[in-house]
Design a protein around this ligand. Structure first.
Ligand SMILES: [Zn+2]
Ligand SMILES: [Zn+2]
Length: 263
């Protein structure tokens, strides 16, 4: 079969927090509920696509997150050199999704119109809305635009055959998710449309939010686009690493999402 893809979730970062910080209205149990940070690699006969670019060591220090393994090292573990990456899709421009600005000199960047408008416009007058953005990330994307390296999308857009971007907004106004055909069916890479399985499964919104309505609608969109609930991949949930087969038995934090979930 052609036009199906392998998908790798490559963890690069970690951050400890309690559950109350992960849901609008808090959480009655408030147990530890840390975040993992990932980039995702989609590999098919058409080529290789990188979904999000993570953050680097300097940003990890600034934002007090743990850099578990630099993004470039994780990519090398699955045989990808940064120079070889030509297509990058950015879910949105929050600091943990669009850093490592100079790592991919040969890539162009796919972005929703609305995301660029959002983070360069009047909404950023509100500190609470600009808090997850970094001016350096945003200005760097403007620079890439003037280098002719940005491709804009508006809503639903076919990046490649059976690799389709869908704008859902909610968490950030121009947030896009990916629907990818694999050997096990349609996988939905949610990125921050759902930080955790619990956000989408229990319809409990994450508190970094531009529109609660769009976030809740986004959960429904993910369910509709995925072949089953097991085909929805949240953006920051450590459970992803436990639910999917390892790429390599000696590497605990790179998993294959195109293969059936464990158990
Ligand atoms: Zn985000
Ligand atoms: Zn994020």
């Amino acid at each position: 079969m052609t036009d199906i893809y392998d998908i790798y979730a490559v963890r690069y970062g970690h951050h400890f927090r309690h559950a109350a910080a992960n849901f609008v209205g808090g959480d009655p149990h408030d147990a530890p509920m840390p975040l993992d940070y990932f980039v995702w690699v989609i590999r098919g006969e058409n080529g290789t696509y990188l979904f999000d670019t993570g953050f680097d060591a300097a940003m990890a220090a600034k934002r007090k997150r743990d850099l578990v393994r630099p993004v470039e090292d994780g990519l090398r573990l699955i045989g990808i050199t940064p120079d070889s990456v030509r297509e990058i899709i950015l879910s949105h421009l929050h600091f943990d999704h669009c850093g490592n600005h100079d790592l991919f000199p040969n890539a162009r960047y796919h972005l929703q119109d609305v995301e660029m408008a959002y983070c360069t416009g009047r909404c950023m007058c509100h500190p609470v809305l600009r808090q997850p953005f970094e001016a350096e990330d945003v200005t760097n994307m403007v620079r890439k635009l003037y280098e002719g390296r940005v491709v804009f999308h508006d809503g639903v857009s076919e990046i490649a055959p059976n690799l389709i971007a869908h704008r859902v907004g909610g968490h950030s106004k121009g947030l896009q998710i990916l629907r990818v055909l694999t050997r096990r069916g349609w996988v939905v890479l949610g990125s921050d449309a759902a930080h955790f399985y619990a956000n989408v499964e229990e319809a409990r919104p994450f508190p970094v939010v531009e529109s609660i309505t769009d976030m809740l609608d986004g959960y429904e969109t993910m369910k509709r686009l995925a072949s089953s609930p097991r085909h929805i991949i949240p953006g920051h949930d450590p459970l992803v690493l436990r639910r999917y087969p390892l790429h390599h038995p000696d590497i605990a934090d790179i998993v294959r999402l195109d293969l059936d979930a464990l158990g």
